[in-house]
Design a protein around this ligand. Structure first.
Ligand SMILES: [Zn+2]
Length: 211
């Protein structure tokens, strides 16, 4: 019998356990520290996040989606898979997130599903073209594109991942493409209707492989 702690420790990518009530982070794996260090989160991130609700780390426009997703799994004790984008400056990356009921916990396993170098990344215009009347620039928290204030055109350039010293403050707003991805009724509905009847059969065998 694989314990929830062993399950997440065996994952190559970031994984963590949440309490079913309150969705508080109680356990993270080594890959979580490696991932956060590689993405400028620092190696002490796991100590700082434990005990806190995972929703406090979710960008505002995505809180409702993830709250519904995780709470649905916690209540129904059925698994769900959700794919999301988490690119770096050099790579376009899609992850599959498995949300699994594991005893008194909800386990979150993030598995790298697809990656390729960025192609045709654009060039940044002067920062002033992205700043709106409130002094901030809009950035999508999912694809990380930023919107030009005057045209509303969303584009991706290297500074979307590593802002330089002159970058304006940003506020997270979903771009139209990601807004559709996270809020389309067919997807929200799927979060509560696409459960399979067997927990174990739903999971790729690799997630539980003993190393
Ligand atoms: Zn987007």
């Amino acid at each position: 019998m694989v314990t929830p702690q062993q399950l997440i420790q065996r994952q190559d990518d970031a994984a963590y356990l949440l309490t079913r009530a309150g969705l508080r982070i109680v356990w993270t794996n080594e890959a979580f520290d490696r991932f956060s260090a590689a993405n400028d989160g620092g190696t002490s991130l796991s100590r700082r996040v434990r005990g806190q609700s995972i929703l406090s780390f979710v960008p505002r426009p995505l809180k409702r989606f993830y709250a519904e997703l995780y709470n649905t799994v916690a209540r129904a004790r059925r698994p769900y898979r959700h794919d999301y984008r988490c690119s770096s400056r050099s790579q376009r990356r899609w992850f599959a997130q498995y949300i699994l009921p594991e005893g008194s916990y909800v386990a979150i396993l993030n598995v790298l599903a697809a990656t390729q170098p960025h192609e045709n990344m654009g060039f940044r215009s002067d920062w002033s073209t992205y700043v709106g009347g409130d002094g901030t620039a809009l950035q999508c928290p999912h694809c990380r594109r930023m919107a030009e204030a005057s045209t509303g055109v969303w584009s991706l350039f290297p500074e979307c991942f590593e802002p330089d010293a002159g970058a304006p403050p940003t506020q997270p707003v979903l771009c139209p493409e990601c807004e559709w991805y996270f809020t389309a009724p067919c997807l929200i509905g799927r979060a509560s209707t696409s459960f399979l009847s067997s927990h174990l059969a739903f999971q790729p065998a690799a997630l539980r492989t003993v190393r």
